[in-house]
Write a protein that binds this ligand. Structure first.
Ligand code: ZN
Length: 321
């Protein structure tokens, strides 16, 4: 099996120019350049233009950008610099959908447009949502409660009282497709999900634990299945609010019965490829949307694209834990 390709939120093309983040002079010059593009993010959403042939982010110039915490996203091959700003969406274009000769502009989330955007925009949006979520929720020093001050590039903050530096949080989560000796795939319905939705198992990596150990622990906790031969297959950021999804395959030796943890999992079953396709066609189950790494891992096992998705706005919100 090959590694996963074309994960919707792992496609960024813009150089993050990390060496510029504390270069105040360079940052000031970039902000003064009218070619610079600013992506405004509010509550995980940005303005997006939809037309017949293209879905793309709406950027504003620095002069048009609203006041808010600013962070450097990077610089493209043409030298254009991109910033993000966490603030209310620009008033001129928000909140109502604005029909125009070049399509419709409205606020949209990564979950909704992650697969529709081009590589550059998908990467910029993912990066900006992750940083905006961090800034929005990490405003004070965890040691003494003093309001922190963002560094010039917006990728860290500093406490003015004790000088401690603070960096963005990313929570690693594992998501794994388990197969039995007949190469059937284990799919489960989370107790929190309505209807017919199923997916592969997932959970957060705990402190002091490797990702592979988390795979083994989570599968056992949720289904009492013991797995071996845990292999990494790829990763995707999922900044809703701050996860990094680490994809794995694992094998369940024969002779084990599924016993679900009812608090987390409503039901779990083995599916052969034929059974999976039949269950989708009869609408007995529905799979996660193409923006998710879960969908890619399932299709990688299946050997090609599968029909059926959840509604794009309804999940998965976070890994089950
Ligand atoms: Zn402090």
């Amino acid at each position: 099996m090959t590694s996963l390709e074309s994960l919707a939120l792992s496609r960024g093309t813009v150089d993050r120019v990390t060496h510029r983040r504390n270069d105040k002079q360079w940052l000031d010059a970039a902000w003064a350049d009218p070619r610079t593009r600013v992506l405004v993010v509010s509550d995980g959403r940005a303005l997006v233009r939809f037309d017949d042939e293209h879905v793309g982010l709406i950027f504003v110039s620095p002069a048009e950008a609203p006041a808010g915490i600013r962070f450097l996203l990077g610089q493209d091959a043409d030298g254009v610099v991109y910033f993000g700003v966490s603030a209310d969406l620009p008033a001129a274009l928000s909140p109502s959908p604005a029909p125009s000769p070049v399509g419709t502009v409205r606020a949209a989330s990564l979950r909704e447009v992650g697969v529709l955007l081009g590589d550059r925009d998908a990467g910029l949006f993912t990066h900006a949502v992750a940083l905006a979520n961090w800034h929005d929720t990490h405003t004070h020093c965890p040691l003494d409660g003093t309001p922190t001050i963002p560094d010039p590039g917006g990728h860290s903050t500093r406490c003015p009282a004790d000088g401690t530096e603070h960096f963005p949080r990313t929570d690693p989560a594992v998501i794994m497709l388990v197969t039995d000796p007949d190469d059937r795939c284990l799919l489960a319905r989370n107790a929190a999900w309505p209807g017919r939705r199923v997916s592969i198992l997932a959970g957060f990596v705990e402190p002091g634990e490797s990702a592979e150990q988390a795979v083994i622990r989570e599968v056992a906790e949720e289904t009492q299945i013991k797995v071996t031969n845990v292999r990494y297959v790829g990763s995707q950021p999922w900044p809703m609010p701050r996860s990094l999804m680490l994809g794995f395959r694992a094998e369940a030796p024969a002779g084990q019965a599924i016993v679900v943890d009812r608090d987390e999992i409503a039901e779990a079953h083995w599916f052969s490829r034929e059974e999976l396709l039949a269950a989708i066609k009869t609408r007995e189950i529905a799979l996660p949307p193409p923006v998710s790494i879960a969908r890619h891992i399932i299709e990688s096992w299946f050997g090609g694209p599968l029909p059926s998705t959840w509604t794009e706005t309804q999940g998965p919100v976070s890994p089950g834990r």
